[in-house]
Design a protein. Structure first.
Length: 259
């Protein structure tokens, strides 16, 4: 109806709620996964607004899903920019993240425990011009929606990637994040995602993305074949993300801020 009452040029420039916004309408960063870009508004992670990723357990897919976009942003913005890791479940494993495209000198670990402190630290980080992206881990706690709403408003005032990792159990709760994804399941060498919320029409079909880079996937596929296929292989065994959050990081390898 709207398109009939406006000129073709104006109608083409107006986004309608039942359509998926295009790249010209939203600032985004490609995810690095064609199947995921195809269903996200604008064709990538938003750089204005929160991207909420719900996980059945910490350390399963955080690195794999975000590292391609983070490395791209750091390369585009040049030296002096940093990615903040706020409240990860274990010290970020710098060698593993380096293999995924992030150098230790661009990573800052903010070691705070309380969820409200983590939300505050994330909001303050968005004031800093040197921060290229924020990764925030939030355990389940009552009353978080107000803090997330404030963080969402703050994230709209600049152009940065802001990822919020929360437990899968909160998928039934409301969230101010315009984009919500759930790691629904895993198969050998792949992650199965469910799109819970996006700007535009609903998307009910599962999204499958590789659980490992191609060179590592080839090694793992041979291991699977040697084990007789292993269709029931657990995500923990073959997901790259867990190994990237394991281990103790030497203090000279990673900048840490303790709150």
């Amino acid at each position: 109806m709207l398109s009939r009452s406006l000129s073709s040029e104006v109608a083409a420039a107006v986004w309608q709620g039942d359509a998926l916004p295009g790249a010209h309408e939203l600032p985004v960063c490609p995810t690095g996964f064609a199947a995921l870009d195809a269903v996200l508004p604008g064709g990538g992670w938003p750089v204005q607004g929160l991207s909420e990723i719900l996980l059945p357990a910490w350390g399963l897919a955080e690195c794999r899903l975000t590292a391609p976009a983070l490395s791209r942003v750091l390369a585009d913005e040049g030296p002096g920019k940093a990615v903040l890791f706020i409240g990860p479940p274990a010290p970020p494993h710098a060698p593993g993240w380096r293999a995924a495209g992030l150098n230790a000198d661009s990573m800052i670990w903010v070691n705070v425990v309380q969820p409200e402190q983590r939300l505050w630290a994330a909001a303050q980080a968005l004031h800093c011009a040197e921060v290229a992206a924020v990764l925030l881990w939030l355990p389940v706690q009552r009353g978080q929606v107000a803090g997330l709403r404030r963080l969402q408003v703050r994230s709209l005032q600049g152009q940065r990637l802001v990822f919020v990792f929360r437990p899968l159990a909160v998928q039934v709760e409301a969230s101010p994040a315009p984009l919500r994804l759930a790691v629904q399941a895993s198969r050998p060498l792949s992650l199965v995602l469910r799109l819970l919320k996006r700007r535009g029409p609903p998307h009910d079909r599962p999204i499958e993305v590789p659980a490992a880079p191609q060179d590592l996937a080839e090694v793992l596929s041979h291991a699977l074949a040697a084990r007789g296929g292993g269709s029931a292989v657990s995500m923990q065994r073959f997901d790259v993300g867990r190994s990237l959050l394991d281990g103790v990081v030497p203090s000279h390898d990673l900048r840490a801020v303790t709150g």
